[in-house]
Design a protein around this ligand. Structure first.
Ligand SMILES: [Zn+2]
Length: 134
């Protein structure tokens, strides 16, 4: 990671984007990383075609999980939730330019994405039959 990108990450950790609750969210996800103590809540508005229309999130996490959540949240709007669900952990780390970090830090960096992927729980939270069938 070059210095410029390191600064970019730190800046996101200090000033996370898309922070807060989303009043008209269609899905709310929670994710926690016990080994570091990070926890976060993700609010998504997804249309019938599976396109993410809006995202916010909030939580209590270390610099890496906060920066990664902030960076990823900026990439979500306009893309399909399936795209994110089908990505591998390596794809996501590459997207974040964080492939080189240690496995324990990778857990922090992947927490937000893991929340997105726990799609089965969405149906439970929201009672959406449509989601359950996918
Ligand atoms: Zn962490």
């Amino acid at each position: 990671m070059d210095d410029l990108y390191r600064e970019h990450i730190l800046e996101h950790a200090q000033h996370p984007r898309n922070w807060g609750e989303l009043p008209d969210a269609t899905f709310v996800m929670r994710a926690a990383n016990a080994s570091c103590g990070d926890s976060l809540e993700i609010f998504l508005k997804i249309d019938e075609a599976g396109i993410i229309k809006a995202v916010t999130w909030q939580g209590d996490g270390c610099a890496v999980s906060t920066a990664a959540a902030s960076l990823l949240s900026e990439k979500l709007v306009g893309s399909s939730i399936q795209k994110w669900e089908s990505m591998s952990a390596e794809d996501v780390l590459r997207e974040l330019e964080l492939l080189h970090i240690s496995p324990s830090r990778q857990k922090c960096a992947l927490l937000f994405w893991q929340g997105l992927r726990s799609g089965e729980d969405w149906a439970v939270v929201q009672g959406s039959a449509e989601r359950e069938q996918q």
